[in-house]
Design a protein around this ligand. Structure first.
Ligand code: PLP
Length: 391
């Protein structure tokens, strides 16, 4: 399937206002997503919040089908949560880890995940072991194999790191995890919406993601996939009357689906928007999206490496739509601000968002751009022409 870029851009109001090249931050929503959120909110204003929820029950219920279909999962394996960190933490803190248990993670692990691991190291005595990277900067699969022993209780890996362009070999890690019967928690926050995601192919037990990045959903949305086999045993670290109804004076009963990781109160307007965003991506086709995103990112890398003093800071033999770079004598934050003033949106990523990788590679704050399929070659040219005018 090829993408009709003109139509897609006509459906994306934001493209008229800036050259937005930062889908890894928060991408531009299509109008249908904006409409879903506004219409739902207007309904709440008209008839009341609880009444709107009842009236839109079917629409809200379909969001689980949308997410499940997109991931190749089943609807009872999906929980809708406010962001990727909450999704990840729900799975992570539910894992019954004890002193001496080992968590294997990667060098490019995201800060929010790593600090949670540090907390459990402090609180529960678990050991964090970092899988070395291969020559290209991705998780070294042989090293992973060699690290496995009967104390490894979890593999927790970021598939697509927040900067660095890398795509970690998530499915290969899944195969190793499965062979050894080790639970596998995959951070797919930057992967969903820019590449096909199928939980069976990935072999993950848990997958966390956000709505606002490449998925083009509203801010404040996220989801968690929990493989069915865990729904019988995994007790959330935090429960409420929705996830675990109070069934008798002395007892609660956990829900038997992944929604045991939800709570009672939610933004249903945002959920409605998320459902539309996921359907929009699914209907365009993730293969076509991935191809275009990769091509546009390559165009950025080519241009950046030909700038005097420009250095693309990306790693991995397989790369994605996130492009990280530095330019000699150009401060990252100041350059991002100057570009922004001229209507070109990129971002900066500090070393402490991926501290292990940043320290290993001695990275400063890098500039980060992430074109999405709705961007054009002309917009990338514009980025370069504004950037050049700042040098
Ligand atoms: C790789 C990765 N994981 C997790 C997160 C956290 O996502 P959220 O802000 O939705 O919690 C981010 C955010 O940038 C990310 O890049």
């Amino acid at each position: 399937m090829t993408l009709d870029i003109e139509k897609i851009r006509a459906e994306t109001p934001g493209v008229a206002h800036s050259t937005h090249l930062l889908a890894a931050g928060s991408a531009l929503m299509p109008q249908c997503v904006v409409d879903a959120v506004i219409n739902y909110t207007e309904l709440e204003a008209r008839i009341g919040g609880y009444e709107a929820e009842a009236a839109q029950d079917e629409v809200l219920s379909r969001v689980y089908d949308s997410v499940a279909t997109h991931l190749g999962a089943r609807r009872h394996e999906i929980a809708l949560v406010p962001n990727a960190t909450v999704a990840w933490c729900h799975a992570f803190y539910a894992m019954p880890l004890k002193a001496g248990d080992r968590i294997l993670t990667c060098e490019a692990e995201y800060a929010a995940n790593y600090v949670a691991m540090l907390q459990r190291a402090k609180r529960d005595g678990v050991i964090i072991d970092v899988i070395p990277s291969d020559a290209f900067g991705a998780v070294d699969l042989d090293a992973l194999e060699s690290m496995i022993d009967n104390r490894v209780a979890l593999i927790a890996m970021t598939w697509v790191p927040t900067n660095g362009g890398l795509v970690n070999p998530a499915a290969e890690v899944g195969k190793i995890a499965k062979t050894h019967g080790i639970p596998y928690l995959l951070d797919a926050c930057q992967a969903v919406g820019q590449m096909p995601v199928n939980v069976t192919d990935l072999g993950c037990d848990f997958l966390s993601a956000t709505g606002r990045k490449f998925m083009r959903g509203p801010r404040g949305t996220g989801f968690l996939y929990v493989a069915e086999k865990w729904l019988k045993t995994l007790e959330p670290a935090m429960i409420d009357l929705f996830s675990a109804p109070w069934v008798s004076t002395d007892a609660y009963e956990l829900r038997d689906d992944a929604r045991r990781f939800e709570t009672w109160e939610n933004s249903y307007a945002l959920r409605a928007g998320l459902g539309v965003a996921v359907d929009y991506a699914t209907s365009l086709g993730m293969d076509a999206i991935q191809t275009r995103v990769k091509n546009l990112a390559e165009l950025c890398r080519d241009g950046l490496s030909s700038i005097k003093g420009g250095q693309v800071r990306d790693i991995g033999s397989e790369q994605c739509g996130i492009v990280s770079f530095t330019i000699e004598r150009m401060d990252a934050d100041a350059t991002v601000a100057a570009l922004h003033k001229q209507g070109v949106v990129i971002g900066a990523s500090t070393p402490f968002s991926t501290r292990l990788d940043a320290e290993a590679r001695n990275l400063p704050t890098v500039m980060r751009m992430a074109p999405h399929y709705y961007n054009t070659e002309q917009e990338i040219e514009r980025f370069f022409s504004v950037l050049n005018s700042l040098r």
